[in-house]
Design a protein around this ligand. Structure first.
Ligand code: HEM
Length: 81
């Protein structure tokens, strides 16, 4: 069993601003990346994915296809879809 709560896509969609938090999804996981946004090596582009899926963007920016990036993301997990 998972230690994480189930979160709806609809709820994820409400978190797409610094005020309400920036959440994204990746492979069924939900991540609160609010604190990470300012540290992102790729700058404000990260906000394009706010409230939605990382997959379409990471397909374009293959720099994310590395173990250390996935480890970083995992630290921000808050739930599962
Ligand atoms: C680079 C993390 C979302 C665009 C990077 C790097 C990390 C990272 C660690 C540096 C990788 C390396 O050089 O080894 C993340 C995380 C994300 C995220 C954890 C989501 C939670 C996005 C999104 C976009 C994006 C959604 C585009 C829409 C870029 C670009 C770079 C980059 C363009 C290259 C920057 C450069 O080297 O000049 N990201 N990223 N990232 N990211 Fe992201």
């Amino acid at each position: 069993t998972s230690a994480f709560p189930i979160i709806s896509q609809e709820e994820v969609t409400t978190h797409r601003s610094l005020e309400h938090g920036i959440w994204v999804t990746f492979k069924g996981g939900v991540y609160d990346i609010t604190e990470f946004v300012a540290m992102h090596p790729g700058g404000d582009k990260i906000l394009l994915a706010a409230g939605g899926a990382l997959e379409p963007f990471w397909a374009l920016y293959a720099v994310h296809n590395q173990e250390h990036v996935l480890e970083m993301l995992s630290e921000y997990k808050v739930g599962e879809l």
